[in-house]
Design a protein around this ligand. Structure first.
Ligand SMILES: Cc1cc2nc3c(=O)[nH]c(=O)nc-3n(C[C@H](O)[C@H](O)[C@H](O)COP(=O)(O)O)c2cc1C
Length: 215
């Protein structure tokens, strides 16, 4: 039977978004929404998962799911391999976009801005907090490079385990954190009959300007 995606249609009725009752600082609103998503979304949805889009040297976009590991007034933090495809994109073009989707709350948040590498001390601190297997994996896996087969990955891991036997596993230089400093955030709340609420925050001369966008 063919999949009938065109007939799939959901009414969004959970909540509204009123610009007269939202914080002037979008990072405060993001914090409220993330907290509600953490408390509401049930597994298998990870409330801190998001799609990160980067653009390569040829101007081609690439998008993949990552986990957000923190956010504060400076921006949104995530971790990965600096030599991966996304790492190479960000080294030549720091502009990136993130999208969070919380289906249980009928909400989306879009974030855009420039990305910089986290201070090495902060990357070290996060790396040290990871389980041993994840730390070894960061050394063993040449992220985004072609492998002959699964056995090749397992051999790389075995080699790494031998190298670090009974020794601390420091953060490899090719692995660490990034911070996206937002210049634009959009909060989307699904409403009935496709008349959704969209609040757009843009940073202008250091202050956030808010406007409502048509759905
Ligand atoms: C739920 C989920 C969480 C993920 N979290 C991360 C992450 O935090 N960091 C990361 O580098 N890759 C993460 N990945 C893998 C990425 O989607 C991607 O495969 C990898 O980063 C390589 O991307 P690239 O080749 O574009 O660099 C995650 C994938 C999924 C499905």
């Amino acid at each position: 039977m063919p999949l009938s995606l065109a007939k799939m249609r959901r009414q969004y009725t959970l909540d509204g978004l009123d610009e007269t009752r939202t914080p002037d600082d979008p990072m405060v609103l993001f914090g409220l929404w993330m907290e509600q998503a953490r408390d509401t979304e049930s597994p298998p949805v990870e409330a801190n998962s998001m799609a990160l889009a980067t653009v390569d040297e040829q101007g081609r976009p690439h998008c993949r799911v990552l986990l957000l590991k923190g956010f504060d007034k400076d921006g949104f933090t995530f971790f990965g391999n600096y030599a991966s495809d996304k790492g190479q994109d960000l080294a030549t073009n720091p502009w990136a976009a993130m999208t969070f989707f919380w289906p249980g709350l009928e909400r989306q948040v879009r974030v855009e801005g420039q990305v910089h590498k986290l201070d090495p001390g902060l990357s070290d601190a996060y790396f040290t907090s990871r389980p041993l297997a994840s730390r070894l994996g960061a050394w063993a896996s040449p992220q985004s490079r072609v492998l002959d087969d699964r056995a090749a990955l397992e051999a790389l891991l075995a080699q790494t385990e031998r190298r670090f036997i009974n020794q601390p596993v420091p953060r490899p230089e090719h692995w660490g954190g990034y911070c996206l400093r937002p210049e634009r955030l959009e909060f989307w709340q699904g409403r009935a009959d496709r008349l959704h609420d969209r609040l757009d925050y843009r940073l202008q001369d250091g202050t956030w300007q808010r406007s409502r966008l048509a759905p």
